[in-house]
Write a protein that binds this ligand. Sequence first.
Ligand code: FES
Length: 138
Amino acid sequence: MNENNIEWTKLVDVKSFEENPEQLLKVKRDDILVVKANDKFYAVNNRCPHLGMSLHAGGCNLKDGTVHCKFHSSTFSFETGEVKAWLNVKGFEKFMGWLFSKFDPDIKKMMAMESTPLEIFKTKVEDEYVWVGINQDY
Ligand code: FES
């Protein structure tokens, strides 16, 4: 990663995380999910790498450092972006996915997509504000 190509954006007051440790914030056209856990700040792209659905809807587990996509049950580390579980649908949802894939090849392709890590961003605290650093190479 080219450190010179990171554009830093001032986001919100550090204190606001005391009441709300998971915040969905807009940076230009991107939705960034910022999380405070163990006195550190993490920022990830709110779009799930599977089909781009909102990760904020599934929420974070601050204890194990993960964010969950509720749409097809994938879980990622919000610290590293690593995939912890991918398309982990079970029970009735799994059955319905199997059934629909018999009639719609796009659903079959969608549920066969390769595991993809979550995009993460740098953060820093300056003047009691949280900042996010987005690499402009992408
Ligand atoms: S959109 Fe997130 S797992 Fe499918």
